[in-house]
Design a protein around this ligand. Structure first.
Ligand code: PLP
Length: 454
């Protein structure tokens, strides 16, 4: 049976839907309207961003504020705000670094903040990940990881997962498997093969246990390798964006397959790293990859910074440059990232994410018991999702309803993103309070209930 294809951009809610246009029509603040029009005039328009939803004046902690001063608890934050937007400790470190007159480091030189950050990452990551490379963004970090795998194996083929997103650009969009980011670009990077990510709730085979689904997904990987033994790497997020959480056994099997065939296992932790899943890195729930890709929250919501952690045995490319980026050892970004990690450790945000995640998930499961439209609640730590269905039996995606709920929640000061048409993604800042989480659930509850009132 073929995979399920959705008619909506998989990474987010569309900016041209009826609900979006209605939301836009309700904005009356003249300042906001003026700047939104200016934004539309100057930026290249593209799906998922421009024309935009609203204008922001301020971001702080777990919240964003629009130009009219309205506050929204943000449960998206583009994944950069694990330690909170505008974190005072991170900003203080940024200011100190600027005052130190060391805000750039030309290539061929290094600097103390960059070295300290690299050392810190080696310290906080699982044993065996002891080499680091930085770059400005997650897509480039994926590029570095895949290029490293290709270089060290001498192979060019990749296996990754249908419907996954690993960034923009040819390599990242080639291991990502979303139509939205590749169609119209001509040939993508060759050698990319795709398999299904385990997902019991939306499995197309009619299986009734997670184990059956995982067995099928492992079989698919073995099948690709049987036909193409020359695979360089398997690339995946430890937990899917949907978010489906595979068993430890599933990743152990993939780890074994990689070891057996000298394939590098690459974990994309651009979203899941730095505490989101209740561990510093999501791989700690499962297995240690050969390459761990970091981004987003590494930069503390202040600077674009990303990178990879890998094993010493892959430190064999003295004759090549897989990460020849201008900001490779940027001391300003490094100082910010270091302060950000120290804050996460000091405030025990990883442990808090684990506890708050259980709290929030239980509340969401309460909504599942209450409303048939809540088909499934999944996730780990503060990486949760609610899959909305028109019918619990057919599981037809409740696409229009998801948008109605989202825009109603926005009206009540709760913002989030929808992916794959029907999945409300809830990935709050790890500094969000229990009271704020209660408010999020209350607004979600009322917004879902409002569907049944019409
Ligand atoms: N990988 C994942 C899982 C992501 O969610 C993203 C961005 O959303 C990326 C990679 C790409 O990161 P960036 O946008 O910093 O290039």
């Amino acid at each position: 049976m073929g995979r399920i294809v959705y008619d909506r951009a998989e990474q987010g809610d569309p900016n041209s839907s009826e609900e979006r246009l209605n939301y836009r029509k309700k904005i009356s603040d003249p300042d906001t309207l003026y700047w939104m029009t200016e934004d539309e005039k100057y930026f290249l328009h593209q799906e998922l961003s421009t024309p935009v939803m609203n204008m922001l004046e301020k971001v702080k902690g777990a919240a964003i504020y629009d130009l009219s001063g309205k506050k929204y608890l943000d449960l998206h934050g583009n994944g950069v705000y694990n330690a909170g937007f505008g974190n005072d400790a991170v900003i203080a470190a940024a200011k100190a670094q600027l005052d130190a007159d060391l805000c750039f480091s030309p290539r061929r030189y290094s600097n103390i903040p960059a070295v300290k950050l690299a050392g810190k990452l080696v310290d906080i990551s699982p044993d065996g990940l002891d080499r680091v490379l930085f770059c400005p963004g997650g897509s480039q970090a994926i590029e570095m990881a895949v290029m490293l795998a290709k270089q060290v194996t001498g192979r060019f083929k990749t296996i990754s997962y249908w419907d996954s997103y690993h960034g923009t650009g040819f390599q990242a969009a080639s291991v990502g498997a979303e139509e939205h980011f590749s169609t119209g670009n001509g040939p993508m990077v060759p050698g990319a093969f795709y398999v299904d990510f385990p997902n019991l709730y939306r499995n197309p085979w009619g299986f009734t246990t997670a184990e059956q689904v995982e067995d099928e997904c492992v079989r698919q990987i073995k099948n690709v390798i049987r036909h193409h033994p020359d695979i360089a790497c398997i690339v995946g997020e430890p937990v899917s964006a949907t978010p489906w959480v595979p068993s430890k056994k599933y990743w152990e099997q993939i780890r074994n397959i990689c070891d057996e065939h000298n394939i590098l296992l690459i974990f994309d932790e651009v979203i899941e790293g730095f505490g989101r899943t209740g561990k510093m890195f999501a791989c700690e729930h499962f297995v240690t990859p050969d390459v761990l890709v970091m981004g987003k929250s590494l930069g503390g919501g202040l600077v674009p910074f990303a990178g990879i952690l890998t094993k010493d045995k892959y430190n064999v490319l003295q004759h090549r440059s897989v990460g020849h980026y201008t900001h490779e050892k940027n001391p300003f970004c490094a100082a910010v990232a270091l302060a950000n990690i120290e804050y996460i450790e000091r405030e025990k945000l990883v442990e808090k994410a684990a506890g708050k995640g259980i709290y929030l998930k239980n509340k969401l499961l309460g909504l599942k018991n209450k409303y048939p439209i809540v088909g499934n609640v999944e996730g780990l730590g503060m990486h949760l999702g609610i899959d909305l269905v028109k019918d619990p039996v057919t599981k037809e995606k409740a696409v229009e309803e998801a948008e109605k709920i989202m825009y109603r929640c926005m009206g009540q000061g709760v913002a989030f993103k929808i992916i794959e048409g029907s999945v409300i993604t809830l990935r709050p800042s790890l500094v969000i309070t229990d009271d704020e989480l209660d408010y999020v659930v209350k607004v979600l509850d009322e917004s879902i209930a409002s569907l049944y009132m019409n």
